[in-house]
Design a protein around this ligand. Structure first.
Ligand SMILES: C[S@@+](CC[C@H](N)C(=O)[O-])C[C@H]1O[C@@H](n2cnc3c(N)ncnc32)[C@H](O)[C@@H]1O
Length: 277
């Protein structure tokens, strides 16, 4: 295995990516967002947040706007979603997609940093961080910003993968473990953050409402994980984790396993619904 440098989190450090890579990230985020399993996990916690009854929602780390558009398109939702991402390129893509899907009027996308929001205190009824916290060097800083901008009594929804549990099949268990570790460090900064969340949420002064937990697993054929495997061809070299040839060989092997019905990939995901007292 040819590790060429210390890998970095390509989904978090989006500012370090060129336009070609940002387009690849956008494609991956959108294909994940189209999967019914990913949508179900979002709407399950939105239901608990009683999102349809609120007027103002903030979506942090919105990427191409998957969660913001899904909220705006809910039949019962009558409010507005402001969505913020650190990547101006992804924000522009999010605006285009929202307009194409007919939710441009109910969404507003802005470039900004979730660690220091240029937004007043108590200004949102609800705040969502969907797949953001695992990409942050200091998640508590963003949790405190979320607490600051939500009104007292408002709900917060925090969803992410427990990427420490993310694993792909490999005929050699030792090599498979090494690849898993390389992949995890190329896609997230905090693979264990959802295990630390009870402590982080308490430290941020939030009141626990409920949590949901999922195992998203493909056995035999790649389905949910297929676009993820394909994305590794570009992402792993961009994250300085592997040379292009090795990333392609890894992805070819996984897709061959899928064609032969012997593929396996899995990760746990969690959502926490909490409330500002
Ligand atoms: C895995 S993507 C999730 C995108 C989207 N929420 C979704 O689920 O499809 C993580 C996003 O967080 C953004 N991000 C990372 N650090 C950020 C920060 N400090 N402030 C705002 N956005 C940030 C990245 O640019 C990236 O678009």
């Amino acid at each position: 295995m040819a590790t060429i440098e210390k890998p970095f989190d390509a989904y978090g450090d989006t500012q370090a990516l060129d336009k070609v890579m940002l387009d690849a990230v956008a494609t991956r985020l959108e294909s994940r967002g189209r999967h019914p399993v990913f949508r179900r996990m979002l709407h399950e916690y939105l239901d608990t947040m009683q999102i349809d009854g609120v007027q103002s929602v903030l979506d942090l780390g919105c990427g191409t706007g998957f969660a913001a558009r899904q909220i705006a398109a809910r039949p019962g939702f009558t409010g507005r979603v402001i969505a913020i991402d650190i990547s101006p390129h992804l924000v522009e893509r999010a605006k285009e997609l929202a307009a194409e899907e007919g939710v441009g009027e109910r969404t507003e996308f802005q470039a900004g940093d979730a660690r220091s929001l240029e937004l007043p205190d108590d200004s949102f009824d609800a705040v969502v961080a969907h797949s953001l916290v695992s990409h942050l060097a200091d998640p508590l800083v963003v949790l405190k910003e979320m607490v600051r901008v939500v009104r007292p009594g408002g709900f917060l929804g925090i969803f992410d993968g427990d990427y420490a549990s993310c694993t792909f099949s490999h005929p050699d268990a030792h090599q498979g473990k090494s690849y898993d570790e390389l992949i995890i460090s190329s896609i997230v900064t905090q693979p264990r953050v959802m295990r630390q969340m009870p402590l982080l949420l308490t430290t941020a002064g939030l009141e626990f409402v409920t949590a949901y937990y999922y195992v998203v697993c493909d056995i035999g054929k790649a389905d949910y994980w297929a676009p993820s495997v394909e994305s590794m061809r570009r992402l792993l070299p961009a994250a300085k984790a592997m040379i292009v040839e090795e990333a392609n060989a890894w992805a070819d092997d996984r897709m061959r396993e899928s064609a032969e019905g012997v593929f396996f990939a899995s990760s746990n995901y969690y959502s926490y619904v909490v409330r500002r007292p």
